[in-house]
Design a protein around this ligand. Structure first.
Ligand SMILES: [Mn+2]
Length: 353
């Protein structure tokens, strides 16, 4: 445990690390890996700037939390963005952009574009390997490793490393999108395929519970319906159950009850109502209220199950208004709450009574 002294009532300052904290990586129980990545983003690019925006907004945090004793006491640290990953993203994005802009006919005929597609898939595999290795190194040191995206393709390697450490891992997936496409525009590792890849390629994952889903194709609907390991809480069903007078607390307990002992949260910010993330890559109307998410996380902690790890993806600053921190402000608070919940369930900090 670190000896760093912090005044929890003082305002954090950005001259230190994330949340204005002065920890070194070696002192930190939680290490955030920023992944500036938006290679296959199909609608609005910009999520590669998410980690920097979250870091910038994080000094606005108030450490006091009604549910948890101050998470910062366990030590929180964000790594520097990797130059290698930045370079891969720039290369991959350039190649992918032309493929995204081409129609199916052009793709079938154009040999250069076909070659580029192979290259993009290789670049994405390289990212997965990098994140896997970084996460595994941190997990071997018994730290909590957190991918901060970037688009939703970024945490695949992290989930693989977590599933090796915690076999029978359950994934609690907040998202507007199902993300279970077999491949998207030929991209094998796109943000739209992450959960399909997790379920098909990571044998240590025993369960996937999706919450807030409201944008998906028929293939995804059939895939998730027919897979016994997957439970889907569609946004429409959640809304109708609430409008019929069911308590959301009951629904939250039911969601957690589907999950095994060890839980990993993969949080796509667009699972929330777009008023909390207006600049995310692919916003969809509807979605979860911030406090509904807080309730689900609280129920997870009360259940006695362990939140072993998590990620936060698709947070994007407003490209037209650089001073606008709103999406990142929501993101950094959500990140702090998941950090607190994880630390509490892993016995590093206490839950308030
Ligand atoms: Mn997603």
């Amino acid at each position: 445990m670190t000896k760093t002294i912090i005044d929890p009532n003082a305002k954090a300052t950005s001259k230190d690390g994330i949340y204005g904290l002065p920890f070194k990586e070696s002192e930190a129980q939680v290490v955030y890996i920023p992944v500036p990545w938006d290679v296959t983003t199909s609608y609005q690019a910009g999520t590669s700037k998410g980690p920097a925006a979250i870091l910038g907004a994080s000094e606005q945090i108030d450490f006091f939390d009604l549910d948890f004793v101050d998470a910062y006491q366990a030590g929180l640290f964000m790594k520097k963005e990797s130059a290698k990953i930045k370079k891969l993203n720039t290369e991959g994005r350039l190649l992918a952009k032309k493929i995204i802009d081409a129609d199916d006919e052009t793709m079938k005929k154009n040999k250069i574009l076909q070659k580029n597609l192979v290259k993009v898939n290789q670049i994405c595999n390289e990212l997965n390997l990098e994140i896997y290795k970084e996460t595994k190194t941190l997990l071997d040191k018994n730290k909590i490793s957190v991918v901060v995206g970037g688009d939703h393709a970024t945490p695949f390697g992290a989930i693989k490393a977590y599933a090796e450490k915690y076999p029978q891992l359950g994934i609690l997936h907040f998202d507007a999108h199902s993300d279970t496409r077999v491949a998207y525009m030929g991209f094998e590792n796109s943000h739209a395929s992450i959960m399909h890849n997790v379920m098909e390629k990571i044998s240590g994952v025993s369960k996937l519970v999706q919450v807030g889903i409201r944008d998906f194709c028929e293939q995804e609907f059939v895939y998730t319906r027919d897979n016994k390991k997957i439970e889907v809480y569609f946004d429409q069903s959640l809304a109708r159950r609430k409008m019929s007078g069911e308590s959301f607390l009951k629904i939250a307990k039911e969601i957690i009850a589907h999950l095994p002992e060890h839980i990993y949260i993969s949080f796509d910010i667009d699972g929330l109502d777009p008023r909390f993330c207006p600049n995310t890559g692919t916003p969809v109307p509807g979605g979860l209220d911030y406090q509904e998410v807080m309730l689900i996380i609280n129920e997870l902690v009360l259940s006695g199950k362990k939140l072993v790890g998590f990620d936060l993806v698709e947070v994007s600053p407003n490209p037209k208004d650089k001073g606008n921190e709103w999406d990142a402000n929501v993101g950094m608070r959500l990140l702090y709450k998941m950090t607190s919940a994880s630390l509490a369930t892993m016995g590093h900090i206490k839950k308030r009574k």
